[in-house]
Design a binder for this molecule. Structure first.
Ligand code: S3P
Length: 172
């Protein structure tokens, strides 16, 4: 079984994924890093050079490749991955368990305001107020997709260990 972590930017998918992998002795793959390694370019540079449509195309290609070539992995996706093409079908295929790491718009905005530089969708947002406005609308649009996950974990005010333990108790 593969465990696929989904959620908005800043929800802690990569951090939780690598921590959980150590706890349950699974291999960890971060889809953004996997794309960067295979393309020899950063996510920001891919957006800048080739645009978002191209990025979504290769994101789907690498999602499929990653899931078909691996077993017993924890895969952290990008925030937009479940929302494009037929990615959700692959994410929710029988061999996978999908987990939505849910948090609220204000908490996510605070985190993203502090680290927006290598995130092309929000790198131009220069005030915390604008960040909250953007994230609130965007998260509302995307939750339709995130809510299709097999399991939802409410991460608000929970530390990484608590989140991992909740994931584990929902799996077994
Ligand atoms: C994106 C999220 C990013 C990355 C790309 C697009 C999105 O990943 O895939 O910048 O559309 O939400 P993180 O969620 O890890 O920041």
């Amino acid at each position: 079984m593969n465990i696929v972590l989904i959620g908005y930017m800043g929800s802690g998918k990569s951090l939780v994924g690598s921590h959980l992998a150590k706890k349950i002795d699974y291999k960890f793959i971060d889809l953004d890093q996997y794309i960067e390694k295979n393309e020899g370019s950063s996510i920001s540079k891919i957006f800048e050079d080739s645009g978002d449509i191209y990025f979504r195309k290769i994101e789907t290609k690498y999602l499929i490749k990653c899931l078909s070539e691996n077993n017993n992995i924890i895969l952290s996706l990008g925030g937009g991955t479940p929302c494009y093409n037929d990615n959700l079908t692959h994410i929710n295929s029988t061999n996978n368990s999908s987990i939505y790491l849910k948090n609220n718009n204000v908490e996510l905005s605070k985190r993203l305001y502090k680290s927006n530089s290598n995130r092309p969708l929000i790198s131009a947002i220069k005030s915390e107020k604008k960040m909250i406005e953007f994230v609130s609308k965007h998260l509302f649009e995307r939750e339709v997709y995130y809510n299709k996950a097999n399991v939802t974990i409410n991460c608000f005010k929970k530390n990484i260990d608590a989140v991992c333990d909740l994931i584990i108790s929902n799996l077994y």
